[in-house]
Design a protein around this ligand. Structure first.
Ligand SMILES: N[C@@H](CCC(=O)N[C@@H](CS)C(=O)NCC(=O)O)C(=O)O
Length: 218
């Protein structure tokens, strides 16, 4: 019998983060593999010791799978994908791991620098500099994808799930407009029914959190 899975996210986040809190990655993977899950929360404002005991940096997401508690979205996805179609055997599996780590380590840091400068620090000069280097990475990624549908071979894998999630914010801000193959790749990934279900539940969580906060301050 499969073990019980719980995804932990924040109890509330500001509206600009709706759609982007990384629990979406975990929800998406769980939907892809058809594993039911529950969601619980940790406070975003006053972070509690129990949170740091599970996630040393006080971040989300976290996962409980039976008696195993995991943090880091990449590690969680690798764990969930094992033994499922999201992680093929053999050579394609090695390539899926390679591309997941490329998403984490060679693309996401560029996207993070750009989004931090653009939306948090609102530092126009830094944002322009980081946008340029992010655009460079995205262009190289499109070249590497070439005419394939998916990164690691013929099938959608955990690497595509991770990479597509990293690409969503740049795409929403026009950074894929001149990269049609990469835009089509993202479209293919996010058109999957599992993504649609995961995003609907993710958004419902934040709307419920907003309603609870409004009721508490009324
Ligand atoms: N490398 C971590 C990053 C986690 C992360 O940045 N989480 C954000 C939400 S998406 C967070 O908790 N932000 C609050 C903070 O950093 O204090 C992962 O992939 O799980």
């Amino acid at each position: 019998m499969p073990t019980k899975v719980t995804v932990t996210t924040f109890d509330w986040v500001p509206e600009f983060a709706h759609g982007y809190v990384r629990d979406i990655r975990i929800r998406w993977a769980l939907e892809e593999i058809g594993r039911p899950y529950e969601v619980d929360t940790v406070p975003v404002q006053d972070r509690i010791p129990e949170h740091f005991a599970r996630q040393p940096f006080g971040q989300v997401p976290m996962l409980r799978d039976g008696d195993l508690s995991l943090f880091e979205s990449g590690a969680i996805l690798l764990h969930l994908a094992e033994g499922t179609p999201l992680m093929p055997d053999g050579k394609e599996g090695a390539l899926a791991r390679q591309w997941l780590i490329a998403a984490l380590n060679s693309v996401e840091p560029y996207a993070m620098q750009w989004s931090t400068a653009s939306f948090f620090d609102k530092d126009e000069a830094a944002a322009a500099r980081f946008e340029k280097s992010l655009r460079g990475r995205l262009s190289m990624l499109q070249d590497a994808l070439a005419d394939r549908d998916w990164l690691a071979g013929s099938e959608f894998t955990v690497a595509d799930l991770f990479m597509a999630d990293v690409l969503r914010a740049p795409a929403a801000n026009g950074l894929l407009d001149d990269l049609p193959k990469l835009a089509a790749y993202l479209e293919r990934a996010t058109a999957r029914p599992a993504f649609g279900r995961a995003m609907a539940d993710h958004m419902a969580h934040w709307h419920a959190a907003d309603a609870k906060k409004a009721a508490a301050s009324a």
